[in-house]
Design a protein around this ligand. Structure first.
Ligand code: I3S
Length: 130
């Protein structure tokens, strides 16, 4: 199914290149597989694309034109934490969604990861109030 954001476009809160690994699916632990990903935060969704968009990101062009994200998660009720206990890497965030999907997000750039942390926290807090 298409993410809700396509029917009801929200402004992109943040997008950028991160290293991502899923570490659990529906509460079941997975083996780490770090991959670079173009990550987009919009509406109630965090979306993962294989490649960055070919056009400059804007509110109307936030993914590779005409393409769907490789995967997408609903951030309603999600838990956000530092991921330092889950990785030897620096600058890691841990996200756990209500259905028990867990992701680690990593950047070599500390400021970049901090900005993602703030943006994700703001969206999750907004969704908590809705
Ligand atoms: O938490 P882990 O299992 O020590 O994570 C490392 C492993 O997944 C490793 O893969 P193999 O077990 O297939 O060799 C990865 O290459 C590492 O990147 C993982 O650790 P970091 O600390 O990078 O999250």
């Amino acid at each position: 199914p298409l993410p809700q954001v396509l029917d009801d476009p929200h402004e992109v809160e943040r997008s950028g290149q991160l290293n991502v690994t899923k570490i659990a699916q529906g509460g079941r632990k997975l083996r780490k597989n770090w991959c670079p990903s173009w990550v987009v935060l919009a509406g109630n969704s965090l979306m993962f694309y294989r490649e960055p968009p070919r056009v400059a990101p804007s509110s109307s062009a936030w993914g590779p034109a005409g393409s769907r994200p490789e995967s997408s998660v609903d951030l309603r009720g999600a838990a956000l934490a530092h991921g330092r206990h889950l990785s030897s890497r620096r600058n890691v965030l841990h996200i756990r969604t209500v259905p028990g999907h867990e992701f680690l997000l990593h950047s070599d750039l500390e400021a970049e990861l901090r900005a993602w942390h703030h943006a994700l926290r703001a969206v999750i807090e907004r969704l908590d109030r809705e």
